[in-house]
Design a protein around this ligand. Structure first.
Ligand code: 2BA
Length: 109
């Protein structure tokens, strides 16, 4: 068994949830915050048999798109002026950042 952890953009999370349910995957959604943008994203925990991992990854790939996002400069007032970037920076936020972990035990009580 594997645990797939997928960080996706909020805009894609409903579509991805529906697609996972449609294909009979069980998932837990967590409201998370990206460390860099400090804005909301969604993390899916999907526990599944090894044999179905590729299918789950394909569903994630098909339902999550990458987007350009502008990061506004934050005033360094009271903070570290060395790290201050005075102009907006464009970053490409991925479709999905995915980790696949082995599961030692899966228990339900
Ligand atoms: P954030 O940390 O908010 O990052 C959003 C996007 O900002 C990233 O998109 C990347 O394009 C850019 N970015 C992140 N750190 C950067 C840095 N130090 N310098 C320049 N640009 C930077 P993605 O790479 O697609 O990541 C989307 C979200 O996935 C991340 O949101 C974070 O929540 C999660 N993530 C990405 N890599 C991760 C990792 N290795 N471990 C845990 N979570 C990760």
């Amino acid at each position: 068994m594997k645990m797939i952890i997928a960080v996706v953009q909020d805009k894609d999370s409903n579509k991805l949830s529906s697609a996972l349910v449609e294909h009979n995957f069980r998932a837990t959604k967590l409201a998370t915050t990206g460390g860099f943008l400090k804005s909301g994203n969604t993390t899916f925990m999907i526990g599944t048999d090894d044999i179905r991992v590729d299918k789950a990854l394909q569903i994630i790939k098909d339902n999550c798109q990458s987007r350009e996002q502008l990061v506004a400069p934050v005033s360094p007032m009271g903070g570290n002026a060395d790290a201050y970037v005075p102009y907006p920076v464009q970053v490409e936020v991925g479709g999905a950042t995915v980790f696949v972990l082995p599961i030692e035990n899966f228990l339900q009580f």
